[in-house]
Design a protein around this ligand. Structure first.
Ligand code: PBG
Length: 326
């Protein structure tokens, strides 16, 4: 059957018809909001490269959660920026560390909120790399032990889920093991399974104060050219027991999201990263594009590609836009 019998425009004629046949519908349940916590009190500073996003002290962060939960956001992921950095990033494992304090404060006030923590060393190391350095190289196996201890201390503070973003080999198994040995067998791991060495992380490095002091992350994060390798990386994390598999960044990797969705039967997350957010903000400020329309189009495309969950700086705005029925 073809034209003139078949006319796809028939189902596009009214908003009600379009809604009836809509295949992908974004909801607040799909969204995870990344937030940045810093030491201090009553502190809130906008990240200049990420308009509308802030570094927050634990008390200000908890106040912000109030607003976020009324919008229907169910989950946040926390990044901590410590007072002091050292070569091994040991502040990341401290029970009174910034993330641990923020988690405790958040769970006290909002027990129903899903508090996820990013597990990595780059915000905590003086050199800004995601692992321990020896002979000019990030040491994989030595780093695993610190990552596992960091994950455990987050969970001991009350984190509902941990999300390792370091890209060391074997870290999901190391984290699963330490959690299980310490009675946290019920705490899920969301792994950054296919994480690429991406220029789109630029603005985040200001937010997390985590730019590498020398070299770059290509020795551990993935080459943007590779997709078979992404399947291999994801399969490893799947076998090591990751409960949710993440692809990062999202927008330039929609093909990777679709392939992970097709091949694995676990929930798939995608990280709509800082550069993807800031580009739209900058263009919108210049009046070149409409932020709301473009943001919702981006988030819908990430879901359409196969993501069940989307980590995005637009989470509160998107939840509000959805609520207002736009
Ligand atoms: C590493 C980490 C990074 C991001 C999340 N976790 C930066 C990096 O790998 O260089 C980037 C997130 C973003 O750009 O929004 N701990």
């Amino acid at each position: 059957m073809t034209f003139p019998i078949d006319r796809p425009r028939r189902l596009r004629r009214t908003e009600s018809l379009r809604r009836m046949v809509r295949e992908t519908v974004l909801t607040a349940d799909d969204l995870i909001y990344p937030m940045f916590v810093v030491p201090g009190q009553n502190f809130k500073r906008e990240i200049s490269a990420m308009p509308g996003q802030y570094q927050l002290s634990a008390d200000t962060f908890v106040r912000e959660l109030d607003h976020i939960s009324t919008l229907g956001i169910r989950a946040v992921i926390l990044f901590g920026i410590p007072e002091n950095k050292d070569p091994h990033g040991l502040a990341s494992c401290h029970p009174e560390g910034i993330v641990q304090q923020a988690v405790r404060a958040a769970k006290k006030e909002f027990p129903g909120l899903v508090v996820i923590t990013d597990v990595c060393l780059c915000e905590y190391t003086s050199h800004g790399h995601c692992g321990v350095i020896r002979d000019g190289e990030v040491q994989n196996d030595e780093t695993l032990d610190i990552l596992a201890r960091q994950a455990l201390s987050h969970v001991e503070a009350g984190a509902d889920m941990v999300a390792p973003s370091d890209m060391m080999d074997g870290r999901v198994a190391a984290i699963r093991r330490i959690l299980d040995e310490n009675g946290f067998g019920g705490t899920p791991v969301m792994s950054y399974a296919a994480k690429y060495a991406s220029g789109f992380y630029g603005p985040f490095r200001e937010a997390a104060e985590s730019a590498p002091q020398f070299g770059d992350r290509r020795g551990y994060q993935m080459d943007p050219s590779n997709v078979r390798e992404a399947m291999h990386e994801t399969a490893l994390d799947d076998r090591e027991g990751a409960d949710i598999l993440m692809v990062k960044p999202a927008l330039s990797y929609l093909d990777v999201i679709a392939k992970v969705r097709a091949r694995f039967d676990r929930p798939v997350a995608a990280y709509n990263v800082s550069g993807e957010y800031s580009m739209v903000k900058a263009a919108a400020r210049n009046g070149w594009i409409e932020e709301q329309r473009v943001a919702l189009e981006i988030l819908t495309s990430i879901k359409r590609a196969g993501a069940d969950l989307i980590l995005t700086y637009w989470a509160p705005d998107a939840a509000r836009w959805i609520k207002e029925g736009i």
